[in-house]
Write a protein that binds this ligand. Structure first.
Ligand code: HEC
Length: 437
């Protein structure tokens, strides 16, 4: 039995878990090959379609090689057909390496063709170095696959096919990297290549005003999605780590966001010395970007009050009522003491650790609870019951009670990151959970 090895990379579990929990199918672009739509050459949409098609072709080649395992038992003719098919997906039907004897699991243009069309530019968008890397790796994979095709025994076939797989995994890359390590996935997640049909594009240096994409000099700093749309069809996971709630939108910051912030800051400083603000605007970005009267600067580090401040967000009566709701509708999965059983912990050290590392605000927890919980029957509680059970979660996490009830709507006060509050309002047990009366 043959064993093909590529350098496999683990997904980012915590972000994925959050996306799943709030109902976003964390689909990577790889599984949604977009049909090439008629669009102006060089438009965001056309570029996006090319990049998605390139990724789909690379993925098709990977899948074909992986499936060669079955073919290998059927003898050399079958596994050679598999490597020819993978080559076809990479080179496209116009290339001299294309084999009419084998199927093409990709499209006519081929991954290399799509990447070449994206690189064929007078301007140099920031994804150029990444795509050069994709090209080199895809070409290396083709040559390894040709070696595989010429192999006289299964061992040397495997060796070459494994090399091709590694090259293709690198070409595919990962969304959480925005530089040359990102491959096509990184370019799709962190640059203008992410921008889809009809989406609003805003200045990536500023906080988002509308749902859409934040671009600055070709880099994508965030994607903003209206909260109301979450739970519907999947959106691409941009692969970044930070998520903020802002103006009723979930804002997914990309891996490139920190670099964008630096670039914005540098431009701003330079501009203050030398030129009026209109001269600053890169293409596609409206002027008045850095004026003091303009919108607030981006990357609103939503007030991270963890550790410094324990706001009173609910009443004691709500928390008591919430204890009943919890026992009836949540405890079966999350544990009688919120310690986590089948489902994650919702209070105490384990929960707070996740909350801090994933920047779970009260607002995000509220969104998860009201839209997805109880998992067995989402949305089945009344507004009051949800508010009560969330009050109970805050109390169990040692947040203080106050006079203002926990709201039945999202509001800015809920953008508090849920770390261990200081000072805690009660006495925590060994797990860091406070008793609720
Ligand atoms: C049938 C089982 C089940 C029930 C009942 C249930 N949950 Fe959950 N809950 C889960 C699972 C599983 C997850 C983790 C989902 C994931 O990570 O994709 C989860 C996640 C959560 C999260 C996010 C925690 C985190 O660390 O990501 C919150 C908050 C939550 N549930 C609250 C509630 C509340 C409040 C109730 C009662 C109203 C409830 N759940 C009832 C299964 C359940």
């Amino acid at each position: 039995m043959m064993r093909l090895n590529a350098e496999m990379r683990a997904p980012r579990p915590s972000l994925h878990a959050l996306l799943t929990a709030i109902g976003i199918a964390a689909a990577t672009a790889a599984v949604i090959p977009a049909p090439a739509r008629a669009a102006t050459p060089g438009s965001y949409e056309a570029d996006h379609a090319q990049a998605v098609a390139a990724l789909a072709d690379i993925q098709a080649a990977i899948t074909t090689i992986m499936h060669a395992e079955d073919a290998a038992t059927a003898g050399p003719a079958a596994y050679k057909t598999a490597s020819s098919s993978a080559i076809n997906a990479l080179v496209g039907s116009q290339d001299s390496s294309f084999s009419t004897q084998a199927a093409n699991p990709g499209d006519e243009v081929g991954a290399i063709g799509h990447v070449n069309q994206l690189l064929d530019r007078a301007s140099s968008p920031p994804w150029v170095p990444e795509l050069h890397g994709v090209l080199v790796n895809a070409q290396a994979a083709v040559s390894a696959l040709q070696d595989a095709n010429n192999a006289h025994d299964l061992d040397s076939y495997e060796l070459s096919a494994s090399r091709a797989l590694t090259d293709l995994e690198v070409a595919k890359g990962r969304a959480s990297e925005y530089d040359s390590l990102g491959g096509i996935s990184g370019a799709l997640a962190n640059t203008a290549l992410a921008v889809t049909d009809g989406a609003a594009v805003e200045n990536g240096c500023m906080a988002p005003r509308h749902a859409g994409f934040g671009l600055y000099q070709g880099y994508l700093s965030y994607r903003a999605v209206p909260l109301s749309s979450i739970g519907g069809a999947g959106i691409d996971n941009p692969g970044g780590a930070k998520i903020r709630l802002h103006n009723g939108m979930l804002v997914f910051y990309t891996a490139a966001a920190p670099q964008v912030v630096q670039m914005c800051g540098a431009t701003h400083a330079e501009a203050q010395q030398t030129m009026p603000e209109t001269a600053l605007s890169p293409t596609h970005v409206s002027p008045a970007v850095f004026t003091s009267s303009g919108p607030s600067p981006l990357l609103i580090e939503a007030a991270d009050t963890s550790g410094g401040n324990a706001p009173a967000l609910y009443t004691a009566a709500q928390a008591s009522a919430g204890a009943q709701v919890y026992a009836q509708d949540c405890a079966s999965c999350h544990g009688a003491n919120l310690q986590g059983v089948a489902a994650p912990a919702l209070a105490g050290k384990d929960f707070q650790k996740t909350a801090i590392s994933d920047k779970y605000s009260v607002s995000i927890i509220r969104t998860i609870a009201t839209q997805n919980m109880p998992l067995s029957n989402p949305g089945s509680l009344s507004d009051t019951q949800y508010a009560d059970v969330l009050a109970y979660l805050l109390a169990a996490n040692c947040y203080p009670a106050g006079t203002k009830p926990f709201p039945t709507q999202d509001e800015p006060a809920l953008q508090v990151i849920m770390g261990p509050p200081s000072p805690p309002s009660g006495t925590a047990d060994a797990n860091g959970v406070c008793a609720v009366h």
